[in-house]
Design a protein. Structure first.
Length: 460
C-alpha cells in the first residue's frame, strides 16, 4: 500500500547499500576501535587554550573523520561542505548532527590544526589493526622514494621579486586601514613591479639593445623597486612597535601582522640577494641557499635522474604485501636513497617488534654496505632492483626468490601512483612545513583505511 509521504524520518544514521557507503561504515568501525585517536585530535584543536572556555566547536572525532573524507574523495572545501550536508553516509561517518553542517571556513580552520603526529598515529593504528586481522604481517616490505610537490608556482627571479612587492604592500595597506591616524609613509609600487616582471617574461623589442642588456636593465629596475618596498616594510615594522592597541582585537592584529611582516621581510631579503647574484653578477647560487617561494620557504629543490626539477619534499615510503603503506618519512633536502636502508628496516622493526623477513628496494638503495646492514638487522632476503656489483647469492636464498622479490618491488610503483592520482599526494595544498607533513600523512592514512576496509569487507 502506497502512502502520500513518510512523516517519521529515521533517527539512526543511514549508511546505504552502495559500495562506498559500506567502505565508510567499515572505516568507521575501525576508528571506533581506537578512541585514543579522537583524544589526540581534540588536543590538537584545543592547543594551549582551556577546555572550559570559548564556543563548543567541532569535536576531534568529527575533524579526524572529515579529514579522511577530504583526502579519500579529493574534494574541495566547497564540495566537502555540500556532501556533508547532502549525503547521509557522509553525515553518518562524520558523526554530524542532523541540524548542523560546518561552513567552509570552519573546515579550513580546523583541519589545518591536526598535527602530522596525530595522522601518523592514525596510520599506525590501522597498520596494527591489519596485523591483528591477518591482512598485513609486515614480513615482506618494499621501499621506494617519491617527490610530493608544494603548492607554489614555478619559481623565477622576476616572479619572486613581484611576489615580495605585492605581499609587503598588501600588509602595509592593511595597517593603514586599521590605524589610519598613524604615519604610514609608503608608495604603492605594485603596478611598476608587475609591469617589469611581465616585460622580463615577455621582453619588448628595443632597437640598439641586446637581449641580455635589456633583460639586465629590467631586472635592475625590478630589484630597485623591491629594495624600496623592503625599506618601507622595515620602517613600518619599527613604527608598529610604537602603536598602542585600543583593545584585545587590535592587540591580536598587531601581533599577527608584526610576525607576518617580519617573516616576509626575511624572505624578501633572501630573494633580493639571490636575484642580484644570479642575474646581475652572473654567479650560481647553491640549491641549499636558494629560496623558491616566499610562502612555502621550506620547499626543497629535487633534481631527478632524468634532470627533471621538482619543488617540494622527498618522501620515503615502505609498503607491505597487502599494498598498505607501513611507514613514511618526509626527508629534508635531497638525500641519496642509499642512506635510507638501515633506517627503513629499523622503523619497520619498531612497528612490529621484528625486522621484515624479506625486503626489496629500488636500484638507488643498492650498495655492499646496505646489504651488510640489512643482513645484520635480521633480514633474510634482500633485493635491490639494480645489482650494482652485488651477487644474487649474497642477497637472496636463490635466483627464484630474487626474481619473486623483484616483481614484488614493482608493486610499490602502483601504490605511489594511486596515492598521487586518487588520494591527492601529488601536490600538498596545506600551507607550511607542518601542514605539508600533515597532508602527506593524512593522504597515506586515508589510502590505508580504504585498503583495509576493502580487505575486511571481501573477507566476510
Amino acid at each position: 500500500m502506497r502512502e502520500n509521504g513518510n512523516l517519521q524520518l529515521p533517527l539512526a544514521p543511514v549508511w546505504g547499500q552502495h559500495d562506498r557507503s559500506k567502505e565508510l561504515e567499515q572505516i568507521s568501525i575501525l576508528l571506533d576501535a581506537h578512541p585514543h585517536l579522537s583524544k589526540l585530535a581534540t588536543a590538537d584543536l584545543r592547543g594551549n587554550r582551556s577546555a572550559n572556555r570559548g564556543r563548543k566547536g567541532m569535536s576531534g572525532e568529527q575533524i579526524l573523520r572529515i579529514g579522511l573524507l577530504y583526502m579519500t574523495y579529493e574534494l574541495t572545501y566547497e564540495e566537502l561542505t555540500f556532501h556533508l550536508g547532502d549525503s547521509s553516509a557522509f553525515r553518518a561517518f562524520a558523526r554530524l548532527p542532523l541540524d548542523r553542517t560546518p561552513k567552509v571556513s570552519t573546515l579550513k580552520n580546523n583541519l589545518k590544526r591536526v598535527r602530522p603526529e596525530t595522522w601518523e598515529a592514525v596510520n599506525l593504528a590501522l597498520v596494527k589493526t591489519a596485523e591483528l586481522e591477518g591482512v598485513e604481517k609486515g614480513r615482506m616490505t618494499r621501499t621506494d622514494c617519491t617527490v610530493v610537490e608544494t603548492n607554489i608556482h614555478h619559481p623565477t627571479d622576476s616572479d619572486l621579486l613581484w611576489d615580495c612587492v605585492r605581499v609587503i604592500t598588501r600588509i602595509l595597506k592593511r595597517l593603514a586601514k586599521q590605524f589610519p591616524h598613524e604615519p604610514w609613509d609608503f608608495h604603492d609600487r605594485t603596478r611598476r613591479a608587475k609591469k617589469r616582471a611581465h616585460e622580463i617574461a615577455y621582453p619588448p623589442r628595443k632597437l640598439g639593445m641586446k637581449k641580455r642588456e635589456q633583460r639586465e636593465q629590467l631586472y635592475r629596475d625590478l630589484i630597485m623597486v623591491t629594495e624600496e618596498v623592503y625599506e618601507y616594510g622595515i620602517d613600518a615594522l619599527a613604527k608598529l612597535k610604537l602603536v598602542t592597541p585600543s583593545g584585545i582585537l587590535d592587540a591580536a592584529f598587531v601581533a599577527s601582522t608584526e610576525a607576518e611582516l617580519r617573516e616576509f621581510l626575511a624572505s624578501t631579503q633572501k630573494v633580493i640577494e639571490q636575484s642580484y647574484r644570479r642575474v646581475i653578477e652572473g654567479k650560481s647560487v647553491p640549491n641549499e641557499d636558494k629560496i623558491v617561494s616566499i610562502f612555502e620557504t621550506h620547499t626543497d629543490i629535487i633534481i631527478k635522474k632524468n634532470r627533471e626539477v621538482l619543488f617540494g619534499h622527498k618522501v620515503c615510503l615502505t609498503g607491505g604485501k597487502s599494498s598498505m603503506i607501513l611507514d613514511a618519512v618526509v626527508e629534508e633536502g635531497n638525500p641519496a636513497d642509499s642512506t635510507m636502508v638501515e633506517r627503513s628496516i629499523q622503523r619497520v622493526d619498531n612497528i612490529y617488534g621484528r625486522p621484515p623477513r624479506q625486503a626489496s628496494f629500488d636500484g638507488g638503495f643498492a650498495s655492499k654496505d646496505n646489504l651488510r646492514l640489512a643482513k645484520q638487522a635480521g633480514v633474510e632476503d634482500v633485493m635491490f632492483h639494480k645489482k650494482c656489483g652485488l651477487e644474487v647469492e649474497d642477497m637472496a636464498k636463490s635466483p627464484w626468490v630474487f626474481r619473486k622479490l623483484r616483481k614484488f618491488r614493482a608493486g610499490i610503483e602502483a601504490c605511489i601512483s594511486t596515492l598521487k592520482r586518487a588520494f591527492g599526494m601529488r601536490r600538498a595544498s596545506w600551507r607550511g612545513e607542518q601542514g605539508f607533513r600533515s597532508y602527506v600523512w593524512a593522504s597515506i592514512a586515508s589510502f590505508n583505511a580504504v585498503i583495509l576496509a576493502r580487505r575486511l569487507i571481501s573477507a566476510t
